[in-house]
Design a protein. Sequence first.
Length: 365
Amino acid sequence: MMDYKTLPTIDYRTFNKKSDKVQELIQQSLQIIEALGVPIDDLTERQKEKMAMAFLAVGDVKTSAGWKKIKDSNYDYSLTTREIIAYENQYFEENISSSSYDDIKRRDLSRLLLATIVVNSKPGSNTSNPTRGYKINSEYSRIIKNYGQSDWFTQVEAFNKMHPTYQKRVSTKRDIPKLAVYTPDGREIHLRDGEHNAIQKQIIEELLPRFGYGAILLYCGDSDNKYGLIHEKEKLKEIGFSDLTQSILPDVVAYSPEKDWIYLIEAYHTSNPITPQRQLELQQVLGENARKAVFITAFENNSVYRNCPEELAWETEVWIATEPDHMIHRDGFRFMGPYGDKAFNDRLDAHIMAIKGGNEKEEPM
């Protein structure tokens, strides 16, 4: 989760066209939502914007000064999904079609309803009831009304201890063992204990320190977290992973500033090595940055590697956790590194010329 004490930012065309006052109001809305324990990091920029506007609409908050007068379940005020769309169009410079009303409940309000920050006006009524509206839970409006006070974040922390957050409500897992993993730069993260994550632990603690040239961990997947543990979100976007909600990310992504290399590593337990198809998929996502990519499939031991039924791509690397000081290179031309960098291409050209020339001196690869 991002730092909720910092006003969230949105970079999306619909948001960027809005007036400064509306932009600030939407950002404040997201800050309140996240402070109350609702995660937003995994949402797209547009999803964040629409969640914030729906939240504002059901509380009848039109300006930054309106938080103190937010309407809740004690008021004779609620909005249906169609009315929420009309409200957003009128006050937040939108042009949303009324036919998209179903998205309001299923997407824009879904997490707020699960967190019980928003409640429906007719509990128990049929979900297709067109008269059913939505409103702010009065339990939450008490803390929302204090937004802007100097000690508001302290108030929120105390409030959250007394009220189950979204994460607590949706979680069905309890006391699951965790793997402590220490990153090359000394951070400690925790992965769900399991054979696949045990390989990822080895990648982070053994492979990267040996072959990473000071690599920074940008991403590590986790079976307990659908969107993984993202450490350097902006850097991931910079190198080509613009939509972090997609399952395109490999198990581990790291970046070496020293070499300007991008490490894309799959931890193979029973499936998903770097196949030719997977390599091409990642190259297409990275675009121009694909020339910096080092593709690695990590195996627990030699037996698992030898029995892997899937075809591994050429111009990729294989690392085996039980022999951490060695790397298997699936190409005859070079040691580990990206295959698109200029230095390598220059040496490759010299190598080819040496072969053609017969007696010409060949530069070592």
